[in-house]
Design a protein around this ligand. Structure first.
Ligand code: 5GP
Ligand code: ZN
Length: 138
């Protein structure tokens, strides 16, 4: 199912043009319009899912193998030294488009630098509390 007012549904299903690297029955992989680095790509399922929590399991199983394939092709084709997968869920996590997607971000020797988090600290007691809080919901 697609969603009428969703830009990524329109792009993934060919209603709005984008620079596509790859397409199959389930996915379209496009270049990000605001790239973090040269070749920054987005893996879009053709079907609409708001985020990872809504994603169909059969589609989910195909996402990492496809990301690996795209990343390998970037290393060979663009000469990046590595790549990051980034996948945001919810506004608080930086998700700006509510259609599940995975960023594949090539990383080059010499940059550009991409912000990472500052490591914090956590006590053993707090770790225990966190483990219990999440485990109880699984
Ligand atoms: P999010 O912040 O939701 O994880 O990522 C959304 C990404 O989609 C951003 O990196 C943004 O640059 C990209 N984006 C938003 N609208 C468009 C668009 O219309 N075309 C393309 N190619 N990328 C888009
Ligand atoms: Zn959509």
């Amino acid at each position: 199912m697609t969603k009428n007012d969703c830009i990524f549904c329109k792009i993934a299903n060919g209603q709005i043009p984008a620079a596509a690297l790859y397409e199959d029955d389930d996915f379209c992989v496009i270049l990000d319009a605001g790239p973090a680095s040269r070749g920054h790509a987005l893996i879009l399922p053709k079907e609409h899912f708001d985020d990872l929590c809504e994603l169909d399991e059969d589609i989910a199983k195909k996402v990492l193998p496809l990301a690996a394939r795209i990343g390998k092709a970037m290393k060979k084709g663009l000469g990046c030294a590595g790549f990051n997968l980034v996948q945001n869920n919810g506004e608080a996590a930086g998700q700006t488009v509510r259609h599940f997607h995975v960023h594949v971000i090539p990383r080059y020797e010499g940059g550009p630098q991409i912000a990472a988090w500052e490591p914090g600290t956590v006590s053993a007691e707090e770790m225990g509390n966190i483990v219990e809080a999440v485990k109880a919901q699984l």
